[in-house]
Write a protein that binds this ligand. Structure first.
Ligand code: HXC
Length: 268
C-alpha cells in the first residue's frame, strides 16, 4: 500500500462518516484512522458498526459507532449531539450512505424510486444539515459521495441517477451558502471500485466485470484507498481553496468507452 501522506496528518481532527460501517466509506474511515483522526461512524446496523469500530481501534484511533438511519432526521440530530459531546466540534463530515439496485423504470414502484432518493439525496441533506451546529467553523470540510450516475444517464438506474445528480447540485448550493463561514463542501464521484457491494450489484458476473474493465481508460477497478486518498486531500488545508467541486476517482470512466486501443489506430 502506497502512503502518500505524512503520518499524523489528521491528528487531533474528528471525522463523522455516515454509511461508515462498510464499503468505500469504511475505507475512508480506515485511511483517516491511519493518519491519526478520531472517527464517528454512523450506519443502520449496530453489529456492523461494532466490527468497523474494532478495525479502527486496532489502528490506534479513537472511534465511536452510532446507529441511525440517514432517513430519520431526528435520530441524526441526536447522533451529532452525541458525537460532539465526545469529541468536540467536527472537522470532517462524509455523507456516503447509499442504496442501489438495478431495475428498469417500469420495474420500479413509486416507493422503490423514493427509497433511493430518500437514502442518497435526502440522507445527504439530513447529514450535512444536522452537522452544521457541530462543525469547526472556519475549517470544516464536508464531502458527499456521488457517482457517475449523477452526470451520465444509465439504463436501470433512473433512481440512482436522479439521486446522485441531486447530490451534485446540493454540494454546490451548500458550498455557496456555507463558504463564508469557512466551511468547504465537495463531492467525490467514485467509478467502479473493487470489493464493494455496489459493484457486486452493478457488475455481478465475471463477464460483466471484464467487459466493464475493458471500457475503462485505466483498464481496472479502483480501490477503496484510491477514493480515501482523495477524501484525505479534501480534508486537509492543501484543499483550502477548493469548494463546490465534484472529483472523479474513476479510472477515466467519465470520459466514456475507452475499449478501442488508442495506440493502434484503425487503418484508412
Ligand atoms: C425493484 C426494488 C428492488 C429491486 C427494492 N425495491 N429492491 N424494486 N427492484 N431490486 C423496492 C421494494 O420493492 C420497495 O418498494 C422499496 O424498494 C423499498 O424496499 P425495502 O427493502 O423496503 O427498503 P429498505 O429496507 O429501506 O432497503 C433499501 C434498499 C436496500 C436500497 C432497497 O437494497 C438497501 O438497504 N441497500 C443498502 C445497501 C446498498 O444498496 N448498497 C449498495 C449501495 S452502492 P415497494 O413498493 O415494494 O414497497 C451505491 C453506489 C453505486 O449506491 C453507484 C451508483 C449510485
Amino acid at each position: 500500500m502506497t502512503n502518500v501522506f505524512l503520518p499524523g496528518l489528521l491528528a487531533g481532527k474528528t471525522a463523522f462518516i455516515a454509511g461508515g460501517s462498510s464499503g468505500i466509506n469504511l475505507g475512508i474511515a480506515e485511511r483517516f484512522a491511519e493518519l491519526g483522526a478520531n472517527l464517528v461512524l454512523l450506519a443502520r446496523n449496530q453489529e456492523k458498526l461494532d466490527a468497523a469500530v474494532a478495525v479502527l481501534q486496532a489502528k490506534g484511533a479513537q472511534a465511536l459507532g452510532l446507529a441511525a438511519d440517514v432517513r430519520d432526521y431526528a435520530a441524526i440530530e441526536q447522533r451529532f449531539n452525541e458525537a460532539s459531546q465526545k469529541f468536540g466540534t467536527l472537522d470532517i463530515v462524509v455523507s456516503g450512505a447509499a442504496g442501489n439496485f438495478l431495475a428498469p423504470a417500469i420495474g420500479l414502484s413509486a416507493n422503490g424510486f423514493k427509497t433511493v432518493i430518500d437514502i442518497d439525496l435526502i440522507g445527504t441533506f439530513n447529514v450535512f444539515r444536522a452537522s452544521w451546529e457541530h462543525l469547526t467553523k472556519p475549517g470544516a470540510s464536508l464531502i458527499a459521495i456521488s457517482a457517475g450516475q449523477g452526470v451520465h444517464p444509465m439504463p436501470f438506474q433512473a433512481h440512482a441517477c436522479a439521486a446522485k445528480a441531486g447530490i451534485n447540485m446540493l454540494t454546490k448550493c451548500l458550498a455557496l451558502e456555507w463558504g463564508p463561514a469557512g466551511v468547504r463542501v465537495n463531492a467525490i464521484s467514485p467509478g467502479p471500485i473493487g470489493d464493494t457491494e455496489g459493484m457486486a450489484r452493478l457488475a455481478p458476473t465475471p463477464e460483466s466485470t471484464a467487459a466493464l474493465k475493458g471500457r475503462l481508460a485505466l483498464r481496472d477497478y479502483g480501490t477503496k484507498q484510491d477514493v480515501a486518498d482523495m477524501a484525505v486531500f479534501l480534508a486537509t488545508p492543501g484543499a483550502g481553496y477548493v469548494t463546490g467541486s465534484i472529483f472523479n476517482v474513476d479510472g477515466g470512466n467519465d470520459l466514456g468507452d475507452a475499449s478501442a486501443d488508442a495506440l493502434t489506430p484503425p487503418r484508412h
